[in-house]
Design a protein around this ligand. Sequence first.
Ligand code: BMA
Length: 324
Amino acid sequence: MTDRTKASAYETLFHRHNKNPILTAADWPYPAHTVFNPGATLLPDGTTLLLCRVEDRRGHSHLCAARSANGVDGWVIDAEPTLQPDPENFPEEIWGIEDPRITFIEEFNKYAIAYTAFSRGGPCVALAMTEDFHSFERYGVVMQADDKDAALLPRRIDGNFALLHRPINHTAAHIWITFSPDLHNWGSHKLLLKARKGAWWDANKIGLSPPLIETSRGWLMIYHGVRNTAAGGLYRLGLALLALDKPTTCLLRGDSWVFGPETNYERFGDVDNVTFPCGYTIGADGDTINLYYGTADTSIALATGSIRELLEWLDQNGYPENSY
Ligand code: BMA
């Protein structure tokens, strides 16, 4: 028997905020059907900014910024959509823009937003840059359909920017990493983390959740696994650790999921049983992680954890990826 099977209960690594869900469509200053899957960042003055996916009654999504001094309540939401699809100039955005992941790019002193552009050909990965979340410079599609769940690393690795993303083929959906000298031209694609097979919680379809978290031990990855059941998909979260100077190497990957739908607001909504984070902020102690996630494709919730505890859990429960 291993230590894991001797424990009397699973560890709780993420603690739900008692004000959950912290944002719903009822909070919006204009008509919105649902608000979910927000990107997140801390602004220089300490304000938490969430870039929320807002779905309208056509079924199309746009992005809208909500700002809060404490990251929990008192949200000030932009009076109008912050980033709208622009299909005239970017036809790949014809059916909306979704699921933004924000990375502050040190070299440009700008925030990069990797988001899903829902084209007639399927979902693509698109990039936009901003300094202030008021005006945006689009880079257009960087990964063609079907591809989503992408985020940039904050700085170059060996001279190149790096993007994690999740292309789909007819058999499976795995996480890949790809590199670029200029954020426009991408290459050196590598398969990074594979969906498992069979009964596993992360069988057949996985994807990056929020951007990677930089730690002294490596890049900590929170990824989602989708278990397909007769009642639909179950979206749960797992952990992996990538080498800091060589993020193509997966040092550790956990066997079990560490967070998944449990509460009513996570279990029931437009799409039942979905916990889907696209962003986090790190507390002033450098250890607290505030994970912002969409619940059941309907609302936005917050759960907090400790990076040290996540790494300790991986040390006890993780294996090098190539052992499978
Ligand atoms: C995924 C993404 C997410 C969504 C999830 C559950 O494929 O499209 O935006 O939250 O499905 O519907």
